[in-house]
Design a protein around this ligand. Structure first.
Ligand code: GLP
Length: 260
């Protein structure tokens, strides 16, 4: 795991977007794993800018989103379908048929989840997975105690997650209690992972994920087992990292490091 500390949110988002752009420039038909939440908004903004101003091409890209609320239609303003359309898809040239987002309204969740996993495999697996992190250390909707080898499935949300996400809904009761989410095991199969965390309220789970034990109590800690994870954090989110100086030192020494 590599921790990259940036001075602010915009810088962090730009740096993370450039990792994705570099992959697209070498593999134009890359498969992207996409995330929702407020944190990835900056990365989408920069990718849209790269598309509109610098011609970054998405015409051969396929995308798989991490999760979706159960019970929300694709047109609901808080559905992740709607979020992705508004913040990313409507601004870039990804073919509609290449976009996969878990269905929150299927009648057969088990079959749907199996199909979703199968589609990821048939498309060659995910080249780069973007992730945020929940206040309880979850990735996607893999709440504490989720199996670290879990696959796409229906998940009951934790009360804290419902509270955290209530700010986007009219009232707390409107937040769905269930979601359909890629599993930790599904996420760990992505070739490259780019996680973003911003703000002081994420400092604790960032430290627990990077420097704590690997535990299903903090599902992001499973990324310690992944061979290519970049953990982008801003100053506030990095404040509880014990090895902070070392992470900065690694970045400083990078240009002079022997080429592998
Ligand atoms: C939700 C999403 C996660 C996201 C988390 C944090 O729970 N399922 O994928 O990482 O929110 O969101 P935010 O970035 O708004 O803090």
């Amino acid at each position: 795991m590599e921790v990259i500390i940036k001075t602010n949110y915009d810088e962090m988002s730009r740096a993370a977007a450039h990792v994705v752009a570099d992959i697209l420039n070498t593999k134009p038909n890359a498969v992207l794993g996409l995330a929702t939440g407020s944190t990835p908004l900056g990365i989408y903004k920069e990718l849209v800018r790269l598309h509109q101003e610098e011609g970054l091409d998405f015409s051969q890209v396929t995308t798989f989103n991490l999760d979706e609320y159960v019970g929300l239609s694709v047109l609901h303003s808080q559905s992740y379908h709607y979020f992705m359309h508004e913040n990313f898809f409507k601004h870039v040239n990804i073919p509609k048929q290449n976009v996969y987002i878990p269905s929150g309204t299927t009648r057969n969740y088990q079959a749907f989840c199996q199909w979703y996993e199968q589609r990821i495999e048939e498309c060659g697996g995910i080249d780069v997975q973007i992730l945020g992190i929940g206040a309880d250390g979850h990735i996607a909707f893999n709440e504490p105690t989720s199996s670290l080898s879990s696959r796409t499935r229906l998940k009951t949300l934790e009360r804290q997650t419902i509270d955290d996400n209530a700010r986007f809904f009219e009232k707390r009761e409107d937040v769905p209690s269930y979601a359909i989410t890629m599993g930790v095991g599904t996420i760990l199969e992505a070739r490259q992972i780019v996680l973003l965390a911003s703000g002081a309220n994420k400092a604790h789970v960032v430290a627990a994920s990077v420097e704590g034990p690997v535990t299903s109590m903090v599902t992001a800690s499973a990324l310690q087992m992944h061979p290519a994870t970049l953990f982008f954090v801003d100053k506030e989110a990095s404040s509880e990292l014990k090895m902070r100086d070392y992470y900065d030192w690694i970045q400083e020494k990078k240009p002079g490091a022997p080429q592998i």
